[in-house]
Ligand binder design. Sequence first.
Ligand code: PLP
Length: 428
Amino acid sequence: MATETSLSDVFPLGSRLDERGRLEIGGCDTIELAKEFGTPAYVVAEDDLRARARAFTAAGRNEGHEDFHVVFASKAFPCTAVLALFAQEGLWCDVASGGELHLALNAGFAPERLVLHGNAKSEAELRMALERGVGLIVVDNFDEIERLGRLMAAGGRAGAGEQEVLVRVTPDVRGETHEKISTGQADSKFGFSVAQAGEAFARVQSADGLSLQGVHAHIGSQLLGLDPFRVEIAELAKLGGFPVWDLGGGLGVRYTADQPPAPAIEDYVGALVQAAHAHAGGAQRRLLIEPGRALSANAGVTLYTVQSVKQNVSRWVAVDGGMSDNLRPMLYGAVYEAHVADRFDGTTHCRLAGKHCESGDVIVGETLLDDPRPGDVIVTPATGAYGFAMANNYNGVPRPPVIFCRDGDARVVVRRESFDDLTARDVS
Ligand SMILES: Cc1ncc(COP(=O)(O)O)c(C=O)c1O
């Protein structure tokens, strides 16, 4: 049946409903994808990832700042195929652990394009970063400066010169977002307070083998207004002139069509670069930004299959995934939308439940679906960030595959976990 339903920008670029009303992602029919690869499955439109990467890079160039770099916050989608795609697109990469560092190097990022974060970096992680030649280490606390200086004094970078360092500062700026993803407030677990920043700079400068390059701040995630970023930049400028500013990530995205559109990538980058120029008169040679979800969230959807439908007080539609593939609703009440993948004009009030043994395992608290029945394929858009990253095996559920779609071709870039994978680490 032909349908006039149009898709919002919550869905990946290039998504459409075909003449039968079936959702296509990257030119691939989602009903066929569910048949071929099973569900739950993360489905990613490859061209969407590339388009967003290019939009960020072009926006920096258009603002006339040559030494501007887009650093993908790999925590948003730490999957080799995604990382390799962004490496090919010329992005840099933010890693926050030895494991993320391993993934980024394995995916092909040049070490000098890596930025190492973390509020509790271990000695082993710091040593690994020095040995692999990571471009920038963002120091978070005095213990780490001491540890890093000690490792450098002991020959840390194997004759490769000084280690370039940024100091992470929490500028006491609050963006409007969930408290669990707000990081810029004074009493944050991340970074140095503004009052401590001077002491941090001095200690880096007097430590062996460290070269202080600049400052870093990340004030929070899912920020839908640009003013907090401008305030962040004004606060950073008060700390003095540095050649490198890393302004963090945090640009919000649209998770549901009834949420207002997020700021455009061009407007966000424009606001940041212009504020940086206004406050520091172009003193910073190098500007970095670290988008995570703004690069990947809307590139991905998750496919599920309905297992049961029951009418209690609400109509409960239970699918074959849930908090093991998307923890965000459970973690901080994140809101998503859902559709039957081949019948988008839903009018039945439903609650979309996961299969896990927690009452809180509800993927979408309130949604309109078209008379869902067991066997129907359900799609939740905007799941390309922090879903795969936070996936887990609760209730012994194997983690889903990642399917890349492009021009009608689908390929598995991460296979589905097997039951054998669940016991693979057992020693006896
Ligand atoms: C230091 C840092 N940079 C960037 C990001 C990416 O945030 P977002 O995905 O909201 O852009 C995070 C998220 O936690 C972060 O901690």
